[in-house]
Design a protein around this ligand. Structure first.
Ligand code: C2O
Ligand code: CU
Ligand code: CU
Length: 535
């Protein structure tokens, strides 16, 4: 147990319990902010903007439909999870081998593309030495196909997940979700991208209102910590069980598997699907010259109206689709995607400097073809706002209170507890019961001193307000993960439809918090799976 971390945190709890409002606690947090640990000191390429050695960005490989017909509305994909797949990691300092856990022995995370209406058959073959699952993050599917910890797939066993995609186009993803092992398995390299398309995105692309093809790039951002190089091999280092209440944060940022890669681009608009699939770290993404860029989509799909910003804060598991317009740069110019320092109340992540994420090298003159859409039709499903007056629980909103506390464990050591509504996750307990076909307002309050990305399965949700202030900007999009700041209360609304049946999870998407029990089950409809399980 690391007392250096625990003592100041414990003091901050005492202080915070005396402070009343958000304003006060933010001041206190600045003085009790954890010092940068050794691991936090990034070994950065000193001059990423001028370096001639940056590796080229990898484009993540797309899987192909195994049913022999890629034009029909059924698709089959096999995902075989293996340990000890040797992956080459490229960086400006040279490359090395790291043994990782991967699907299908792929050196890079895999991409599945599907269309709205497709019926998916995901055949999971667990060849790990521990239980695993495939959880489809952000999908509107029945609970028994959702890959939660109540449906573990044992080592050497297989499971086929079958479901039909009936939700708007969105940047979705999938990852393991076994009890208490999610953080480790995702960290070791098990995660994949699932891009859903629909008639709206296809029409916008065809009409040149949204960049596509080689101007539509997935960027998976993940931080990792590597051991010493021995004979060209660096092992991935995972945290010691309880040594960091902030969750697993590495000192090396990988984008599509490489350290600070570069991408050569023409001087036109490009679309990036930016995924924060780090275990714990938040990023405040920006361009190194502070230029604006345009957000066109969030976790659950396109925004009705694109929003221009000069930075976007993404908690673990959040995604945005952005458009960067490179037309104002000269051929030969270079631009960095950075993460800005996150200070004050949001201090749980990056240190005190701009963290380089990747570089864009503007190297080709090209005529602009894209005239970005300005507004989606009102009657499109993605444009609709759920009406709080239609909520079945209006006037009696469902509370989710995120807390961290201190407790003595069996060995008599002080230990941090992570809970929701005062409860630590129990695999045989359903915490919240919802009816069938209901619309609900959930009120999530962060009672702790650090930000938590709250995630709920089953459907996509909308933010109503944050601390009473109506949602605006990218918060107007559909989302499945919400970064909740210390002291903040966020009200979200979700509609559970026919497809939603059974026991789903809600949890903090800092995976180490989830594994430590900051998670619960909610049941949609009269019955679920948990009753019938023998624990
Ligand atoms: Cu991305 Cu319950 O998970
Ligand atoms: Cu999920
Ligand atoms: Cu958390």
């Amino acid at each position: 147990m690391n007392t250096k971390i625990l003592i100041p945190i414990f003091l901050s709890f005492l202080l915070l319990s005396c402070a009343s409002g958000t304003q006060k606690s933010s001041d206190l947090n600045q003085t009790t902010e954890p010092q940068l640990s050794e691991e936090e000191i990034f070994e950065l390429d000193k001059e990423p903007i001028t370096s001639t050695k940056l590796p080229s960005l990898h484009i993540l490989p797309r899987m192909s439909d195994e049913d022999g017909n890629s034009d029909d509305t059924a698709a089959t994909y096999t995902l075989r999870a293996n340990e000890d797949v040797n992956v080459t990691i490229e960086s400006a300092q040279g490359s090395w081998i790291t043994p990782m856990w991967r699907y299908n022995n792929s050196p890079l995370p895999l991409v599945i593309r599907a269309n709205r209406g497709d019926t998916m058959h995901l055949i999971f073959q667990n060849r790990l030495s521990s239980d695993s699952t495939i959880h489809s993050h952000g999908f509107k599917i029945p609970a028994d196909m959702d890959g939660g910890p109540d449906y573990p797939v044992a080592p050497d066993a297989n499971k086929t997940y079958t479901f039909t995609m009936n939700q708007p186009a969105a940047p979705l993803w999938f990852h393991p979700h076994p009890d208490m092992q999610t953080g480790k398995q995702v960290y070791m390299g098990l995660a994949g991208v699932f891009i859903l398309e629909d008639n709206i995105t296809k029409t916008l692309e065809k009409n040149n209102q949204l960049p596509s093809g080689n101007k539509d790039t997935v960027l998976l951002v993940q931080d990792r910590r590597f051991g010493e190089e021995i004979n060209g091999v660096k092992e991935l280092l995972y945290m010691n069980e309880e040594d960091d209440i902030l969750g697993m944060r590495g000192n090396t940022i990988l984008v599509n598997g490489s350290v600070t890669p570069k991408q050569e681009v023409s001087n036109t608009k490009h679309r990036y699907r930016l995924y924060n699939v780090s275990n714990a770290r938040n990023y405040d993404f920006a361009l190194s010259d502070e230029s604006n860029f345009t957000i066109v989509g969030s976790d659950g799909g396109l925004l009705k109206k694109p929003v221009e910003v000069n930075h976007i804060l993404l908690g673990a598991a959040e995604r945005v689709e952005i458009i960067i317009d490179f037309s104002k740069y000269l051929i030969g110019e270079k631009l960095l995607l950075i993460s800005k320092p996150i200070t004050g109340r949001m201090s749980t992540t990056t240190g005190s400097f701009d963290l380089p994420i990747m570089r864009f090298d503007i190297n080709k003159e090209e005529k602009e073809e894209i005239h970005l859409y300005s507004e989606l039709p009102d009657d499109a499903e993605i444009s609709k706002r759920l009406d709080p007056l239609q909520a079945n629980n209006r006037g009696n909103e469902r509370d989710f209170i995120l807390s961290m506390g201190m407790m003595f464990n069996q060995k008599g050591e002080l230990q941090t507890t992570f809970s929701i509504n005062g409860k630590v996750f129990k695999p045989n307990r359903v915490d919240e019961f919802l009816g069938s076909n209901v619309t609900e307002i959930w009120k999530i309050r962060n009672d702790s001193h650090m930000a938590h990305p709250f995630h709920a399965h089953a459907t996509q949700y909308q933010v109503l307000d944050r601390n009473g202030i109506p949602a605006s900007g990218a918060d107007l999009g559909w989302k499945d993960t919400f970064l909740i700041q210390p002291g903040e209360t966020v009200r979200i609304i979700g509609k559970f439809e026919d497809v939603n049946k059974g026991d789903y999870m809600y949890h903090c998407h800092i995976l180490e918090h989830e594994d430590a029990g900051m998670m619960g089950y909610f049941r949609v409809g009269p019955t679920g799976h948990i009753d019938s399980l023998l624990f």
